[in-house]
Write a protein that binds this ligand. Structure first.
Ligand code: CMC
Length: 431
């Protein structure tokens, strides 16, 4: 990081403190408060980290006002239309677009790691059949640390590299097997002659009894869903991975922590929640009732798939996802789908409503991804596992960046304590 050239002045009572200001390559300036407690004896207060940068990073940049998302400087719409998921993985991990031979080597490496340890089959079988696939993913990914001891030493760069490749390569197999287990079908082993997205579709939808040919339009749409979810700077799950890693935990434990965080309906779980909400709304004539509920302060209901902490004009991923949704629905011959009709009418109604426009609540990526995944034949419970497999590369890239950062310290936020001050214990008979 370059030496700061500007300072901010903080005055507390009679005393003034100079705080260095860092200028990023893009985005607002950042006031460095690392020495504040030592100098002034005060903490800052920022629940939800709405004004706090937790690290420096060179991977992904979001401008929420402009609706811009850049990976290593490249706009997401260009990557979604011109590149493909494994190339974007390389870009996120190594910082540049690979030459043809570098990409070939990388794709070969990922492809050769797609199988999972055979003993892990027993691990899957230990779950109830009705387990949510995200519960299986949290468990199985955490358990990878028990199967791949030779890539858990985080002080060894080679082991870190192997762990990264293993996680990216095996995640589709783990997600597909979680699905197969839940529907009582045999596990389908990866096929290394297929590309990353086609292989995932094959592991999810083929059965030993008959041949399954992956439609290239569907595998392209799948690949685009992976690409659009690949990374999103310091969101809740990525920050969870970084915080878990700050203690020196092994990579599989850290990524399992990220998966657990992603599961929540305010984050990756929103795609499942959004489709379930559209089904609950049922048809366009019921929309006013749900819009009224979303606006009612006394009703916890929110329009799922709307709003974002950072994007305040539009979500650039949602734009591309909407196009993909049209292509897939066209291919599947789905025209009069009630869910789609409800989605379109809801989007229109919300975008005309002052409550949503004033609060800058626009459809996010999860509003459209669920529609595509449903059309492809995935049950809603698989939506968040697909987000998790796509985001693995982002988590891994941020994890690697953090371990290479000399400023890396254990994450340990402070608090604003509002509880009782010290008081004496009262014996039970005197309470
Ligand atoms: N429906 C109705 N009202 C909403 C919604 C919504 N979806 N989202 C925010 N609001 C209101 C909220 O009630 C608050 O109103 P007020 O200022 O009157 O109290 C205001 O808008 C600001 O909301 P917030 O919760 O303070 O904003 P946030 O930045 O903390 O939350 C969010 C962002 C994404 C969690 C939130 O918009 C939300 O819950 N959306 C629905 C869930 C969703 O679609 N999540 C997926 C996000 S994109 C995928 C990902 O990156 O994980």
């Amino acid at each position: 990081m370059a030496e700061p050239t500007k300072t901010a002045k903080l005055t507390i009572g009679e005393q003034a403190f100079d705080l260095p200001i860092h200028s990023p390559t893009a985005g607002p300036d950042v006031i460095d408060i690392r020495k504040l407690y030592g100098q002034a004896g005060v903490f800052t207060y920022d629940p939800g980290f709405t004004s706090t940068a937790s690290c420096d990073s060179t991977i992904t940049f979001i401008d929420g006002e402009k609706g811009e998302l850049l990976h290593r400087g490249y706009p997401i719409d260009q990557l979604a239309s011109k590149s493909h998921y494994l190339e974007v993985c390389f870009l996120l991990l190594y910082g540049y677009l690979p030459k043809a031979e570098e990409l070939e080597t990388f794709e070969g490496t990922i492809t050769r790691h797609t199988m999972i340890h055979e003993q892990m089959v027993n691990f899957f079988r230990g779950f109830r059949r009705d387990a949510h696939p995200m519960a299986i993913m949290v468990g199985v990914v955490g358990a990878m640390a028990a199967f791949y001891h030779d890539s858990t030493d985080i002080s060894d760069p080679r082991q870190r590299e192997i762990a990264s490749h293993r996680l990216i390569a095996k995640m589709p197999t783990i997600a597909a097997w979680a699905y197969k287990y839940s529907i009582g079908q045999p596990f389908v082993y990866p096929r290394n002659d297929l590309d990353y997205a086609a292989n995932f579709l094959h592991m999810c939808f083929s059965v030993p009894a008959e041949e399954y040919v992956v439609d290239p339009i569907l595998s392209r749409a799948m690949d685009r869903i992976f690409t659009l979810h690949a990374d999103h700077e310091q969101n809740a799950s990525t920050s969870t991975v970084r915080l878990a890693s700050s203690s020196g935990a092994n990579p599989f434990a850290c990524i399992a922590a990220g998966i657990a965080c992603l599961w929540g309906p305010a984050h990756g779980g929103a795609n499942q929640a959004c489709l379930e909400m559209l089904k609950q709304i049922g048809s366009p004539e019921n929309i006013p009732e749900y819009i009224a509920r979303a606006k009612d302060k006394n009703d916890p209901f929110r329009l799922m798939g709307f709003g974002h902490r950072v994007y305040k004009n539009f979500d650039p991923r949602a734009k591309v996802m909407k196009q993909s949704a049209d292509e897939v629905l066209d291919l599947m011959g789905i025209e009069n789908n009630p869910i789609l009709a409800t989605a379109k009418a809801l989007e229109e109604a919300a975008l005309k409503d002052e409550y949503f426009t004033e609060k800058k609540l626009f459809p996010n990526v999860d509003f459209y991804s669920g529609i595509i995944l449903e059309a492809m034949g995935f049950p809603t419970s698989m939506f968040t596992p697909i987000f998790a497999l796509s985001r693995t590369v982002g988590w891994v890239s941020q994890w690697k960046e953090m371990l290479n950062d000399p400023q890396n310290k254990i994450g340990r936020p402070r608090q604003l304590y509002l509880g009782e001050t010290a008081r004496d214990y009262v014996d039970i008979e005197n309470r």
